[in-house]
Design a protein around this ligand. Structure first.
Ligand code: AMP
Length: 400
């Protein structure tokens, strides 16, 4: 199957060609015909499946040419995701003359307002800044024909559902509504029931970590995670590596230790200014930085093709979060490798993930790595021998 069978316009087909897509992905095959018919759709799809183009293409087809704004509203939970959807509209719609604008907080309002005032057919927005601009009547939603809610489950996780409901109240009820989510928690299901009209429900792949990724774990004590990471990066071929930590502080510490060790590393965490986030992300995309250390929320929705390895420096505490992190590698039709560093306290998460995967993850041991090295504080203490002995015993029951 190719994109010609969708009855897109020649302008949109040129955009598809510019993006280098030759074959539609599964969700595109399933969703595009229904969306083109004007049906409401719920899409249960993992990241990396091509779901953005699955709604962008039929929306461009529907709009055809520029009209009175705003005709399409897309709501997304994070700035990075909003920016990526906006870029998909720009890239795929390059030859259509349709205009898209991204609206989110943390950046200069004036420039955004100017772009909105220049007339955007499509607004891709995070809830907070959108409400802000709606309250000032800078963005009016009375002409919206298509409403898209992307990553609805994450919107719920981040506490945005009340804002989303307030926004939807201002969108005309006569509209096409599309809702995408990687998982379907009860609150998201309830929202879908309220705002969608006789939807077609599409589900792509089982909700398990993406199958194009191979999964392996290293069992290691917390204080040895950084030396293990450094040794791994030195000994294995890793093109482009995304490293996840549990907290902003751990991300910041790890990034500076990696930098001191001489690695080209960037940091992405929620406390950074928008400019610094963009610098990190762009540098990672264009190869200036081989390694990006990030927290999960900050990395949500980032789209970097060619990430060869995702490393869970800290394990995520549930299967969904693992799926989302791992969705950063093996995107679309590529393959990737996911490595997880697991301490004693994190073992239970491994079992949960293995249950979802339906198989055991490979246990790896890095050769010539001293898994028994004491923590820095213990080195200074006279009880060193004794401590080391205990550690050896307690490690014996590690998974693997
Ligand atoms: P998404 O799941 O929408 O975040 O898309 C993941 C990645 O796949 C993005 O980099 C898209 O540009 C890319 N992509 C989407 N559709 C296709 C396709 N049909 N062929 C190849 N790559 C695609």
């Amino acid at each position: 199957m190719d994109f010609k069978s969708f009855d897109l316009t020649p302008e949109i087909e040129s955009g598809v060609e510019d993006m280098g897509y030759t074959e539609p992905t599964e969700i595109q095959v399933q969703a595009i015909p229904h969306i083109m018919q004007g049906r409401d759709v719920t899409g249960l799809a993992q990241t990396g499946t091509g779901k953005t183009a699955a709604f962008v293409l039929p929306i461009l087809r529907r709009l055809k040419r520029s009209g009175k704004p705003v005709r399409v509203l897309v709501i997304a939970p994070t700035r990075e995701l909003a920016e990526q959807i906006h870029e998909a509209f720009q890239g795929l719609g390059r030859h259509t003359g349709l205009k898209s604008v991204a609206v989110y907080g943390g950046v200069d309002r004036k420039a955004q307002i100017r772009r909105v005032r220049e007339g955007a057919d499509i607004v891709v927005a995070c809830p907070g800044r959108l409400l802000d601009l709606m309250e000032q009547s800078i963005i009016k939603l009375a002409r919206v024909e298509v409403l898209v809610i992307d990553e609805a489950d994450r919107m719920f996780d981040m506490g945005f559902l009340p804002d989303v409901r307030r926004i939807i109240k201002r969108v005309p009820p006569q509209r096409q509504t599309l809702l995408f989510s990687a998982t379907m928690p009860d609150d998201v299901r309830a929202l879908a029931g309220e705002i969608l009209n006789d939807p077609v429900n599409i589900r792509v792949g089982a909700p398990v970590p993406v199958s194009t990724v191979s999964h392996a774990i290293y069992t290691v004590e917390d204080h040895l995670k950084t030396p293990l990471l450094i040794k791994l990066l030195k000994s294995e071929e890793m093109e482009s590596v995304l490293v996840f930590t549990r907290t902003k502080i751990r991300a910041t510490h790890l990034a500076s230790r990696m930098k001191r060790a001489g690695f080209p590393v960037a940091l992405l965490q929620g406390d950074l200014s928008q400019n610094r986030r963009e610098e990190a992300l762009n540098g990672f995309r264009n190869g200036k930085y081989r390694i990006l250390v990030a927290t999960e929320i900050a990395a949500r929705g980032i789209d970097v093709l060619g990430i060869s390895h995702v490393i869970n420096y800290d394990m995520p505490d549930n299967v969904d979060a693992y799926t989302h992190r791992i969705g950063r590698t093996g995107r679309a039709l590529r393959t990737g490798i996911a490595l997880s560093f697991v301490t004693r306290d994190e073992r239970a998460f491994v079992w949960d993930i293995e249950k979802a995967l339906g198989k055991e993850m490979e246990r790896r041991i890095l050769e010539d790595f001293n898994y028994g090295a004491p923590p820095p504080s213990a080195r200074a203490k006279p009880l060193r021998q004794e401590r080391r002995g205990n550690r050896g015993k307690s490690l014996a029951n590690f998974p693997g």
